[in-house]
Design a protein around this ligand. Structure first.
Ligand code: AHM
Ligand code: MG
Length: 411
């Protein structure tokens, strides 16, 4: 496998259009692993330096480049895509490392989720998190996986997770600057039924001008207070955001503020491969995703909106309802097919259920980068200044026309 990976990497080096200048790679000749050539070894023992490895003159390399370019077998992995962004100055090397470490955490969580039933990782852990929710075994493990990957990247200064009471500073000797907020396993109530779940993350640079709500008589030590202040930034400051969906495919969706890119985990290579560039959400879409079990708890304006969606009207076709109960899954479908996802406030929960920092803001950054909208019903989610780490806000997110429609009903 390692040999294959090395071979793929060296083949990439040769065939990549940006690095194909032979003189930059090697002034004289290049060695590549060539499986086809290894089959010919018995007939033709010329220029051979080892099983399946041959040295080619530059002219030959150029000819092969032409052939391979046309073959359509070139893959772009998340790693090579990130390196390209770094070379082009869109992100720095530190952020490249942070994003790589997040993708590694996601691969690890994907494998844990897929084997949950086999490894006895379903069910609850027995603890309750700071938000009063029962933690599932995989909530706790995924949090550990995410935190460990970020810590060992050496480029993260502060991490804040749905599963931790307060944001945590990374030990100084390993730390860097970036602040990462994340929900390591969103929708974990779906785990035991093997339904889609996901991880969500957002990345900020340090900023101590934020207005976190810390009492003067707070018992928190100054380091924790500093972490809270740095974490409580509006989504407008996000440098990058993304999610990984654990479903029939493992999908990693990322924005670094220049469009939305979709990578799919290729189980053969164990690599995320670029499968969609500059994803754009449809302007409108007749699918809505709300937990309608809460209908009686919603206010009249919202109920009228939902009734309107169900009205077949002159076309005879009402909206379709789809609700997985897993934000990442519902959001991903909305991004691809258009429509709206909503988690409104209700009589019991005046700010809804979803958390601003590591659920609503990263998803809103992604949807805006895809040409859609994220709103709390009245204002842009990315403009909301957080005052608490686990602050909740209502969320309406998806196609621009659909989000504007609900805003009109709520006005
Ligand atoms: P979680 O972070 O505790 O998993 O909660 C968030 C999840 C979202 O993924 C999902 O959209 C929502 O909660 C579902 O809530 P409900 O069961 O009330 O519909
Ligand atoms: Mg969550």
């Amino acid at each position: 496998m390692a040999t294959m990976a090395a071979a793929t990497a060296s083949s990439k080096l040769i065939f990549s259009p940006k690095t194909s200048s032979p003189s930059r790679i090697c002034p004289f000749q290049l060695c590549v692993f060539d499986t086809k050539y290894s089959l010919l070894l018995s007939n033709k023992r010329k220029n051979v330096v080892g099983g399946g490895v041959r040295c080619m003159a530059l002219k030959e390399v150029a000819a092969t480049t032409e052939t391979k370019k046309r073959s359509g077998y070139e893959l772009q992995t998340l790693t090579s895509w990130l390196l390209r962004q770094e070379q082009e100055g869109v992100i720095d090397a530190e952020l490249t490392i942070v994003l790589s470490s997040i993708s590694l955490a996601c691969k690890q969580i994907a494998s844990l989720v897929q084997r949950a039933n086999i490894s006895n990782l379903t069910g609850v852990q027995g603890a309750v998190n700071v938000q009063g929710e029962d933690q599932k075994k995989l909530d706790v493990i995924s949090n550990e996986v995410f935190s460990n990957c970020l810590r060992s990247s050496g480029r993260t200064g502060i991490i804040a997770s749905e599963e931790e009471d307060v944001p945590v500073a990374v030990e100084e000797s390993y730390s860097g600057n970036y602040i990462v907020v994340f929900d390591p396993l969103d929708g974990s109530s779906n785990i035991d039924a093997a339904v889609s779940t996901g991880s969500i993350f957002g990345i900020y640079s340090p900023n101590d001008e934020c207005l976190a709500d810390i009492d003067d008589d707070s018992t928190l030590d100054s380091s924790t207070q500093k972490c809270i202040v740095n974490v409580c930034q509006p989504g407008n400051n996000l440098l990058a955001a993304g999610y990984c969906m654990y479903s029939s495919s493992i999908i990693f969706v990322l924005t670094i503020g220049k469009g939305v890119f979709v990578f799919t985990l290729d189980p053969l290579y164990g690599e995320f491969v670029l499968t969609q560039e500059n994803l754009q959400i449809p302007k409108a879409g007749k699918i809505y995703a709300f937990n309608e079990g809460n209908y009686q708890l919603w206010d009249d304006k919202l109920r009228k909106y939902i009734d309107d969606l169900k009205d077949p009207g002159p076309s005879g076709k009402p909206y379709s309802s789809r609700y997985i109960g897993s934000l990442v899954g519902d959001f991903h479908r909305t991004l691809l097919y258009g429509g709206i996802y909503g988690y409104p406030r209700d009589k019991k929960n005046k700010n809804g259920k979803l958390r601003l920092l590591y659920e609503c803001a990263p998803m809103s950054f992604i949807v805006e980068q895809a040409g859609g909208k994220g709103s709390d019903g009245y204002q842009r989610v990315l403009d909301i200044q957080p005052t608490e780490v686990h602050q909740r806000v209502p969320l309406y997110i998806g196609s621009t026309e659909e989000v504007e429609k609900v805003e009109k009903f709520l006005a």
